[in-house]
Design a protein around this ligand. Structure first.
Ligand code: AVJ
Length: 317
């Protein structure tokens, strides 16, 4: 029987990722504690990181066109809603409805609270603190007959999944949707590698702080003794796999003790921890991904300044 502390998901994931041979890893969802959420918010304002502004521009410009694609009273759910700032134009375009329900789904308590504050005037906000699919079960149980569901999955968070897992995830979403619903999927597109590397390794070091904060979080919550000065942020671009990788590189040979995980992790000089993969897409690949997961690509909007696509997928019956 595992000791109680070891029965905690965070502990289990840290143990699994930092013990054993081969590439050490840590799941990127643990970036988003209060400090991490604030650092991510700062990243979205960086000159080098154009992704969020491109996403927001498309929504700002095409919100009414997007929501007009669904017929009948609409309710809105959002996966990984974060601060909710980008969502305002979508809810605004539905203000003609007598009632409007909005379900932000996120793992971050602080982000959900901020989102509710941001969007409360525009809709009845019903925050759901859970994983995406559990949250969608909740939404499915609360929708009323005749309502159409618009699911927002913005900001290219789909890029954190390996390609096969992305299709599995979309297929699982599909089982929680009905004909006539819609999924608005934001995807960052392939662009010159120097632009991508700058976006994930900005000159001010905000992304480096966001990445290193993961070690600080493990120190805070799992009583570890990571010395952050002995690790360095590194962004890599694998053009063949069309993905950015974020790593933390060990600058020395060292052993880190993680008390709550009852683990000592050894690091060689130059050894890294892989903390995030961010896949990038070609616009034409979205239709294939949709088809493979039970959706039809209905419409697509592209941003001119920063290659980004917003795609409306509808469930095939
Ligand atoms: C929130 C996952 C979309 O992949 O660009 C930003 C997270 N990581 N800078 C992304 C992130 C480093 C972001 N997503």
């Amino acid at each position: 029987m595992l000791a109680p502390a070891l029965d905690n998901e965070f502990v289990r994931d840290v143990r699994a990722g930092l013990s054993g041979f081969g590439q050490k890893t840590l799941p990127c969802r643990y970036f988003y504690d209060a400090v991490g959420s604030a650092l991510f918010e700062a990243i979205t304002h960086l000159a080098e990181y154009g992704l969020t502004r491109a996403d927001a521009r498309i929504l700002q410009t095409h919100a009414a066109e997007i929501t007009r694609c669904l017929h009948g009273p609409i309710i809105v759910a959002e996966l990984g809603s974060g601060s909710g700032i980008k969502t305002r134009p979508i809810l605004d375009s539905l203000r003609h409805q007598p009632t409007l329900s909005y379900f932000p789904i996120d793992v971050s308590t602080t982000a959900l609270a901020q989102c509710a504050r941001e969007l409360e005037p525009l809709a009845a906000v019903d925050p759901i603190e859970s994983s995406y699919l559990e949250g969608m079960n909740e939404v499915a149980s609360r929708r009323r007959p005749g309502e159409k569901l618009l699911v927002l999955f913005l900001g290219s968070t789909i890029g954190n999944f390996e390609p096969a897992d992305a299709i599995d995830f979309l297929a699982a979403l599909r089982t929680r949707m009905c004909p006539g619903d819609g999924l608005l999927l934001g995807t960052d597109l392939v662009k010159p590698s120097d632009r991508l590397l700058a976006a994930y390794d900005d000159a001010a070091g905000v992304t480096a702080a966001f990445n290193l904060n993961l070690l600080a979080r493990i120190n805070r919550e799992l009583h570890a003794d990571f010395n952050l000065r002995h690790f360095q942020h590194e962004a890599r671009y694998d053009a063949e796999a069309q993905r950015i990788e974020m790593h933390l590189r060990s600058c020395t040979r060292q052993t880190v003790r993680i008390a709550k995980a009852e683990l000592c992790a050894d690091f060689a000089v130059g050894e890294t921890i892989l903390t995030e993969v961010c896949h990038k897409f070609r616009a034409d690949q979205i239709a294939d991904m949709a088809r493979a997961s039970g959706f039809h690509l209905e419409r697509q909007w592209l941003d001119e300044d920063w290659a980004f696509a917003e795609s409306l997928l509808t469930p095939t019956s």
